[in-house]
Design a protein. Sequence first.
Length: 327
Amino acid sequence: MKEFQIRDNEAGQRFDKYLSKLLRNAPKSFFYKMLRKKNITLNGKKATGNEKLEAGDTIKLFLSDETFDKFSEQKQAARAVTALEVIYEDRDILLINKPAGMLSQPDDSGEPSMVEYLTGYLLEKGELTEEDLRTFRPSVCNRLDKNTSGIIAGGKSLAGLQELSELFHDRTVHKEYLCVVNGVLKGKKHIKGYLYKDTKLNKVTIYRQKEKDAQPIETVYEPLGDNGRVTLLKVGLITGRTHQIRAHLASEGHPLAGDTKYGQESFNRRCREKYQLKHQLLHAFRLSFPDGMDGRLSNLSGKCFEAPLPAQFQRIIKEEKLEEKLL
């Protein structure tokens, strides 16, 4: 017999979802059969599988060691360790200032991403165990391009991950970015268009009119100041699609400094030679939560968090005489 107790970071999910993670190699028909025969019980009672688990619930599996080992065998969860700049942390979530050059989520490159670093961080702190990783994997809820820095939100518990993901999905979390663009911009503006993503090239195209398979996009920006050549912009996303800020501003004739994919070569060359800038100068600097939140994340209701600018970004706006515009 195997016995498991639901921990705080596993609560909030359906019983059958938990079993599908615990016995990830078993067909669903197997654990539904075991539930019917009371070979799997919840708090000592027969269960159907659709119960919502709570912290402290006890699950017993009356299975042979051979059967359990066969169905529960899994690869070790990937993890990596690095120093993380944590902006905020509680029992359910954390906000991290991601550096440029770090992946948000795993890709085919095999390079560690924020997800692996988050797992390693929680394991080192003792807030996550190898046993926990059988049925729960921490993850991030918003995605930044590899070379975009700024606030990444991660879930430490299943409930935190679910509620945070819902907020991002419903676009009730307000995200603001800072960037330096070529040219002079004056006055706030709300721009609209359509974005088509070429998945093979990992590149998008912006259209002013609706085109086949292109998705509508909306971007708002506010110039904070300029020096007659470049402008420091505060940007907000109404929609949040791949490369939206970079491509949308470039389509308006104001590409980001250092953006090799959508930028202007002569502008980028000057940024490389003067500042050794090899990636787009884009930073997700502020995350604001809506008022009136309830549930596990109610303590975040109405709160706003900011991520300090990277040293290279600070140097560039200082030397471009834009530093005072940020204050």
